[in-house]
Design a protein around this ligand. Structure first.
Ligand code: 3HC
Length: 385
C-alpha cells in the first residue's frame, strides 16, 4: 500500500535514497534481502562434515572449499589464525565506530529543533549503541571478550572510524551525517551482509535494515532545510561542504595503499575494494544531491561516458592518516568522553555481573531442590538494586 504513495513523486519521495527506493530494481535494500536469502540457503547446504582430527592440511582444504562455494564459516569451524585475527580487527573497529559515533549526534539531542526531531534522533543514537552491541557479540564468537576489545580501544590500540573525529557545528550536520555518513556506511556495509563469516554477515543484515531509517532521516532533514529559508539552505549547503570529503575518506586508503584489502577479499570478508565502494558512493550521491538542490563541493565532478561513472576529486588521504593516528579535530575529546563514560558506568557493569551471578546461583539451588521456572520479577528488581 505504501509503494504507490512513495512512487507518486510527492515531497516524501526522495527517489533512490536507501530505504525509500520502492520500485527501484536492485536497490540496496533488495540486496540486503537477497543476502538474507543467501544466508538461509547457506545454512541448508551441505558440503559434508569438516574433517576430524588434527590434520591442518585437510582442515585448510575444507575451509578453502567453504569459501570457494560462497558458504559461511561458523564459530565452531576451523579457521586460519590470520582469518580470525582479521575478523576481530575489522569487527572490533566497526563496533568501536558505532559506539564513538554516538557522540557527534548525541551533541544535538538536547538542541533538536522540535520534539519530533528529538525523538527521532534519540532513537537513531540508541540504534548505534545497539549496532555496537551486535558487533561486539559477533566478535565474541571468535574467542575474544567484549571487555578485552573495549580495553584495547581505551588504550588507543584499536581504531575507530575517522569520520567521528569531526565536529557537528550546526543542526544541518545531523542531516549531512544521516545522508552522507550513514549513506557511505550503507554502501560499505551492504556487501558485508555477504561476508564469509556467518555471525558477522547476520549482524550486518540487521544493521543495514536499521541504517535505512538513519539515512532517510538525515536526507529528510536536509531536504527540509534546503527547501526552507535562504539561511536554512545556506546552513544545509555548508554542512554538505564540510562532510563530503571526510565521508569519501571513510572507505579507507586507496587500493594501492590498502594493507588488508587483497587478503580480506580473497577470504570474502570484504567483497569490494575501498576504491570500488568509494566510486559507488559518489555515483549514488550525485542524483540525490540534485533532488536536494544542493551542490557537492567538487569542481571536478563530472560524468565519464567511457567509464560509466563519475570522475571526482579523491579525499586528502594525508588528512585521513593524520585523523586515524589521533590528530583529527576531535580525537582527544572523543576518547576523553569515552573513557569518562566507561569509568562512570563501572557500577552498572558491577551490578549486572552481581545480578547474573545471583541468578546462576539461584538456578543451581533450584535444580538441587527440584524447583524450576523463571525468576520472579521481584527477584530481578532486588538483584538489580
Ligand atoms: N577510519 C579509521 N581507520 C581506517 C579507515 C577509516 N576511515 N580506513 C582504513 N582504516 C585503517 C584500517 O583499519 C587499517 O588499520 P590497521 O591495519 O591498523 O588495522 C588501515 O587503516 C589500512 O586500511 P585497509 O584498507 O587495509 O583496511 P581494511 O581492509 O580493513 O578496510 C574498512 C577498511 C573499509 C573501514 C574496512 O575495515 C571495513 O569495511 N570495515 C567495516 C565497516 C566499518 O568499520 N565502518 C566504520 C564506520 S561505522 C559507521 O559508519 C557507523 C554508522 O552508523 C554511521
Amino acid at each position: 500500500m505504501l509503494q504507490p504513495i512513495a512512487g507518486s513523486g510527492g515531497i516524501c519521495n526522495t527517489r533512490v535514497v536507501y530505504g525509500n527506493d520502492f520500485g527501484v530494481p536492485d536497490s540496496l535494500l533488495d540486496q540486503v534481502d537477497e543476502a538474507e536469502r543467501a544466508l538461509a540457503e547457506a545454512a541448508r547446504s551441505d558440503l559434508g562434515a569438516e574433517p576430524d582430527g588434527t590434520d591442518e592440511v585437510a582442515k585448510q582444504a575444507y575451509f578453502d572449499a567453504v569459501i570457494a562455494a560462497d558458504q559461511k564459516i561458523e564459530p565452531r569451524d576451523w579457521m586460519p589464525e590470520g582469518y580470525r585475527k582479521t575478523l576481530i580487527r575489522q569487527i572490533a573497529q566497526h563496533a568501536h565506530s558505532e559506539i564513538i559515533g554516538m557522540q557527534p549526534e548525541g551533541n544535538w539531542i538536547t538542541r533538536a529543533p522540535s520534539l519530533k526531531r528529538k525523538a527521532i534522533l534519540l532513537a537513531k543514537v540508541q540504534d548505534e549503541a545497539g549496532h555496537g552491541l551486535y558487533l561486539y557479540a559477533a566478535a565474541e564468537t571468535l574467542g575474544v571478550s567484549r571487555e578485552e576489545l573495549v580495553d584495547l580501544l581505551l588504550q588507543g590500540r584499536q581504531k575507530y572510524s575517522s569520520i567521528f573525529n569531526y565536529p557537528t557545528l550546526t543542526w544541518a550536520d545531523i542531516g549531512a551525517i544521516g545522508w552522507l555518513v550513514d549513506g557511505a556506511a550503507i554502501v560499505n556495509q551492504v556487501p558485508l551482509c555477504r561476508s564469509s563469516y556467518g555471525p558477522y554477515a547476520r549482524a550486518m543484515i540487521r544493521i543495514c535494515k536499521e541504517e535505512s531509517f538513519h539515512q532517510r532521516q538525515g536526507y529528510e532533514i536536509l531536504y527540509t532545510l534546503s527547501h526552507g529559508t535562504p539561511a536554512q539552505r545556506e546552513m544545509a549547503q555548508d554542512a554538505v561542504n564540510r562532510w563530503w570529503y571526510p565521508s569519501l575518506a571513510m572507505f579507507g586508503p586507496p587500493d594501492s595503499e590498502s594493507t588488508h584489502s587483497e587478503q580480506s577479499m580473497a577470504w570474502r570478508i570484504k567483497r569490494f575494494s575501498n576504491d570500488e565502494l568509494r566510486q559507488r558512493f559518489v555515483d549514488m550521491c550525485v542524483g540525490q544531491a540534485e533532488v536536494l538542490g544542493l551542490t557537492l563541493p567538487d569542481p571536478n565532478l563530472r560524468w565519464n561516458e567511457e567509464r560509466q561513472a563519475y570522475d571526482f576529486t579523491p579525499p586528502d588521504f594525508g588528512e585521513l592518516m593524520r585523523v586515524i593516528s589521533g590528530d583529527g579535530p576531535c580525537n582527544r575529546q572523543r576518547m576523553a568522553h569515552r573513557r569518562r563514560a566507561h569509568s562512570e558506568g563501572a557500577w552498572v557493569r558491577e551490578a549486572a555481573a552481581a545480578y547474573a551471578a545471583k541468578r546462576a546461583r539461584r538456578a543451581t539451588e533450584g535444580r538441587a531442590t527440584g524447583e524450576s521456572g523463571p525468576d520472579r520479577a521481584s527477584d530481578a528488581l532486588a538483584g538489580a538494586a
